[in-house]
Design a protein around this ligand. Structure first.
Ligand code: FMN
Length: 179
């Protein structure tokens, strides 16, 4: 993985804290990691955590003026994009081609393979809209990792727990091997 360019998208779920460890493991394997956080993700983890772990500033804004076209720059930079956690909101946007922030615009502008690690409460996971979007995303060729079953936020137990960072890492590594 040395020198491979991995773009990590972090969306607004409790499991965002696990993404910090995923970023660290990617870095340990030698990847160059850049992170896009959604506005909601910043409610769960601070952007300084990801910038300190990756050594790169966190990307967040489509219109902050630091780049003329941040979404296309990031999309063409990435060799692989992994979104972990992927909220049901993110899945819905991507499945329907909706782009209203930096992450969704980057995903739609990308040719790189995309790995999605959904995480949400069981009811949201099992909702027909989420499952319909998942089917579209699979059909579009995206890799879906998990979710696992187990303990969820608030002490509930069921399907919707984000896969462990090591399992996501293994999928990213496999995709890069075949590239
Ligand atoms: C405490 C809390 C936890 C949440 N956890 C999740 C979650 O695990 N998965 C999910 O899909 N949405 C979750 N949400 C809802 C999302 O944060 C919300 O849909 C948000 O708009 C997602 O934005 P994003 O997809 O741009 O990050 C949670 C909301 C709150 C208040």
């Amino acid at each position: 993985m040395t020198g491979r360019r991995v773009l990590l998208g972090v969306t607004g779920g409790i499991a965002a804290y696990k993404s910090a460890y995923l970023a660290r493991r990617l870095g340990e394997r030698g990847a160059d990691v850049r992170v896009i956080m959604t506005a909601a993700a910043e409610q769960f983890v601070g952007r300084q955590t990801f910038s300190a772990i990756t050594g790169n500033p966190v990307e967040r804004d489509l219109f902050d003026g630091s780049s003329v076209s941040p979404h296309t720059d990031l999309a063409s930079w990435a060799e692989v994009i992994v979104v972990a956690p992927a909220t049901t909101n993110l899945l819905g946007h991507l499945a329907n081609g909706l782009a209203d922030d930096l992450l969704t615009n980057t995903l739609l502008a990308a040719r790189a393979p995309v790995v999605l690690a959904p995480a949400m409460h069981t009811e949201m996971w099992e909702h027909p809209a989420t499952q319909r979007n998942l089917a579209v995303l699979r059909d579009d060729g995206h890799e879906i990792v998990g979710p696992d079953s187990g303990e969820l936020a608030g002490g509930d137990v069921g399907a919707g727990r984000m896969s462990e960072p090591e399992a996501i890492l293994a999928v990213v590594e496999k995709l890069l091997e075949h590239d």
